[in-house]
Design a protein around this ligand. Structure first.
Ligand SMILES: [Zn+2]
Ligand SMILES: [Zn+2]
Length: 377
């Protein structure tokens, strides 16, 4: 019967080839989110963030989950009837069945052990939904290049988004422990603590970028550190998700070398939280496929154009534009890109072959130079 419907629709030109991928991905995303929500209901102390947990209304979450399950089921069924993106539909149905077996939207909430160590799965999901919504919208409104949302290697960068997002909590915890161990925790009141919040946040971003600038230069110049950082430079299509491609060692090195000095200077938790929100937005924005014109301010603030040049694979772009927030640091230290052209043509690593998969990239800095065939930069 559905074959008939299919040929009828095809003959009327309602079903161009290749359609159904977007609805297929939406159905899969919704059903995976439902499955993750069901797991979070079962293991709240392990999978949810205590600060966020206090704000949830369980009944509203159940209703949202039910709507998402129905929407995913309708889209997956629709696509399989039309014979489009069938493997996506099959995975969506598998995730929905698993959610249903766990209890569906009626699932009871298991007991919460407030002191248990946790993996902020809810923080990751909210972060992903928020970031994707904001940046896909910006990229559609003011794009630099015409390119699809689901471009080459998006799955790899999504995996990095998840891993690195979950590492933020660990970095904060590790830097607090390191601070105490190093005897750098500030106990006496100082002038940084007396600053109004907006000034403290601005100064925190400047201090963080100064630290980050020199660490970034070391990542380019110290051979072993370069092999860690080469993973980030292996990106060949720039967009909001591309900046997530960071080796876990790099995430920890950069976060710790920024957070420890910030805590040691005596910045308040609110000022550091403000900095974390700004770095979260700015780091994603710098890689985004957008073109913004802020006039002379581009010599002060890092724009996507400035950071796209950092990723450029042509000679003028190599080891240039290290700053993450304040472009003037590169002009001050003599490392700003000078080029006749407005944007680089191509991105990526020159002179060596970085593996394309997550595990290959994870092991890349640990493998010997000879085996990876690295040439001298
Ligand atoms: Zn770099
Ligand atoms: Zn980058």
């Amino acid at each position: 019967m559905h074959q008939k419907l299919l040929s009828l629709l095809k003959s009327h030109g309602h079903l161009p080839r290749g359609r159904g991928r977007v609805t297929g991905v939406i159905a899969l995303a919704l059903s995976v989110l439902c499955l993750l929500a069901a797991l979070a209901f079962h293991y709240p102390s392990w999978l949810t963030t205590p600060e966020l947990r206090a704000r949830y209304d369980v009944d509203t979450l159940r209703q949202i989950m039910l709507i998402a399950m129905v929407a995913a089921a309708v889209l997956a069924t629709w696509n399989s009837i039309l014979g489009r993106s069938r493997w996506l539909a099959a995975w969506s149905v598998a995730a929905l069945v698993a959610t249903w077996l766990l209890g569906g939207s009626d699932i009871r909430v298991d007991d919460i052990d407030a002191g248990a160590p946790y993996l902020g799965l809810d923080w990751l999901i909210l972060g992903l939904l928020g970031t994707a919504t904001v940046f896909i919208t910006i990229e559609k409104l003011i794009p630099f290049r015409t390119q699809p949302v689901f471009r080459e290697s998006w799955q790899l960068d999504l995996a990095y988004f998840a891993v690195n997002h979950l590492l933020i909590g660990l970095s904060l915890l590790a830097s607090n422990h390191a601070l105490v161990a190093l005897g750098l925790d500030v106990r006496e009141p100082n002038w940084v603590m007396a600053l109004p919040l907006w000034a403290a946040i601005l100064l925190a971003v400047l201090v963080a970028d100064l630290c980050q600038y020199w660490v970034h230069r070391a990542l380019h110049q110290v051979p072993w550190l370069w092999r860690v950082h080469a993973i980030h430079h292996s990106v060949e299509t720039m967009d909001w998700l591309a900046g997530s491609r960071l080796h876990v060692i790099e995430t920890l090195i950069v976060r710790l070398s920024v957070l420890i000095p910030l805590y040691a200077c005596g910045f308040s938790t609110q000022a550091i939280d403000g900095y974390i929100v700004i770095v979260g937005f700015h780091a994603v924005f710098n890689h985004a496929n957008v073109s913004v014109n802020i006039g002379w301010l581009r010599y002060v603030i890092v724009t996507p154009n400035f950071h796209h040049w950092h990723h450029g694979s042509e000679r003028a772009a190599i080891d240039r534009n290290y700053a993450a927030h304040f472009a003037f640091l590169d002009y001050l230290f003599g490392t700003a890109v000078r080029s006749e052209r407005a944007w680089p043509d191509q991105y990526g690593v020159v002179g060596e072959t970085v593996p394309r998969g997550f595990w290959g990239q994870l092991l890349y800095p640990l493998r010997s130079r000879a085996r990876t065939g690295e040439k001298q930069r």
